[in-house]
Design a protein around this ligand. Structure first.
Ligand code: DP6
Length: 330
């Protein structure tokens, strides 16, 4: 077992704090089309399988960071958070890996475009923006592979939030995780649209982190997940190369629902859906049986993301008037 501290120290150069500097960065939210669900190492966030995502380009996290003598001072969306707040506790634990000495702290001001902890991938863009801002503050000049590894140790899905467009996170096989990082995929899907249906803004009752553990160790259908992902990933790569949005949507929806099936089959069972989530899926499936070319994907939360081609935009809006549409490729 390698510790997160040792892996991070292996990557970052010796840091000399410059109190006159400020680091800042933006990282996009990413939505997984092939999901990351389950870890082979919980300290380093090493996944059981590869995953593949799409960045949302305009939606993400903006973070500014400075050094301070003493305690960390963390603001989220303009509000200074108390030190017993769960978000602060998790962020501070991660920041410990980067302090040249324990008495130094950070002043962090971070803004999320999407609700925090509601299954809209805010931890992915959050840790990616934090790592980029640290790289700027400390002038490490790390490359994207190194940054992806650092972000992954903060939150697995953050390894994919360093790029726009399609991104592939390679699970890797090494125990130290140095081969577990993301790379961008050159293919573009200019006509792909992602529709966000925010059904709840509440923080989910069980984090993805705990949910994954409950599924992996919960006597569930989880053993079927790895071979299924391998098959879905290979079919998705073919569909991406062919720019086949219908196939991309269908494979992504099947992958997301398969992930939720592993959770439902755990003991105790885990269900992130709300009644509104089921109602939305039923509306979608009914509309699809009547010809609407639109598919859904869902993460560890009740909110639904829709995948469709630009020419379906009017029909999707008619079916889901509250949808907020993103053009991932501009
Ligand atoms: C369902 O990256 O939030 O969104 O590594 O424990 O921080 P940790 O988990 P996290 O899990 C994301 C799970 C997911 C699927 C995905 O984004 O691939």
């Amino acid at each position: 077992m390698f510790s997160a501290q040792a892996c991070i120290q292996h990557i970052i150069p010796k840091t000399r704090p410059d109190f006159s500097r400020e680091g800042s960065a933006f990282a996009p939210v990413n939505i997984a089309l092939i999901k990351y669900w389950g870890k082979r190492d919980t300290e380093l966030n090493l996944p059981v399988t590869d995953s593949l995502s799409i960045g949302l380009r305009t939606l993400g996290t903006r973070t500014r960071i400075r050094w301070t003598e003493g305690e960390d001072n963390i603001s989220l969306n303009g509000e200074l958070l108390p030190s017993d707040n769960a978000f602060v506790k998790r962020t501070r634990q991660y920041l410990h890996y980067f302090r040249p000495n324990p008495s130094l702290g950070f002043i962090i001001d971070t803004h999320n475009d999407v609700p925090t902890g509601a299954g809209l991938a805010s931890s992915a863009s959050g840790y990616a923006a934090l790592v980029l801002a640290l790289n700027d503050l400390c002038q490490w000049q790390l490359n994207k592979t190194q940054l992806s590894i650092l972000a992954r140790i903060g939150s697995g899905s953050a390894s994919r939030s360093l790029w726009n467009g399609l991104v592939h996170w390679h699970a890797g096989t090494q125990a130290d995780g140095m081969d577990s990082y993301a790379t961008p995929i050159t293919h573009q899907l200019p006509s792909l649209r992602v529709g966000l249906l925010t059904l709840s803004r509440k923080t989910k009752p069980i984090s993805s982190r705990l949910g994954m553990q409950q599924t992996v160790h919960g006597l569930s259908l989880y053993p079927a997940w790895k071979p299924m992902v391998e098959q879905h990933l290979s079919r998705l790569q073919t569909a991406i190369a062919a720019q086949d949005i219908a196939q991309i949507g269908a494979i992504s929806e099947h992958n997301a629902l398969s992930m939720h099936a592993t959770m439902l089959s755990a003991s105790p069972a885990l269900c992130y859906f709300l009644p509104e989530t089921i109602a939305t899926l039923q509306t979608l499936w009914q509309a699809r049986s009547e010809g609407l070319a639109c598919w859904a994907t869902l993460d560890a939360g009740p909110n639904v993301k829709l995948l469709f081609d630009a020419h379906e935009e009017a029909a999707v809006t008619a079916c889901f008037p509250k949808v907020s549409i993103v053009q991932p490729f501009g």
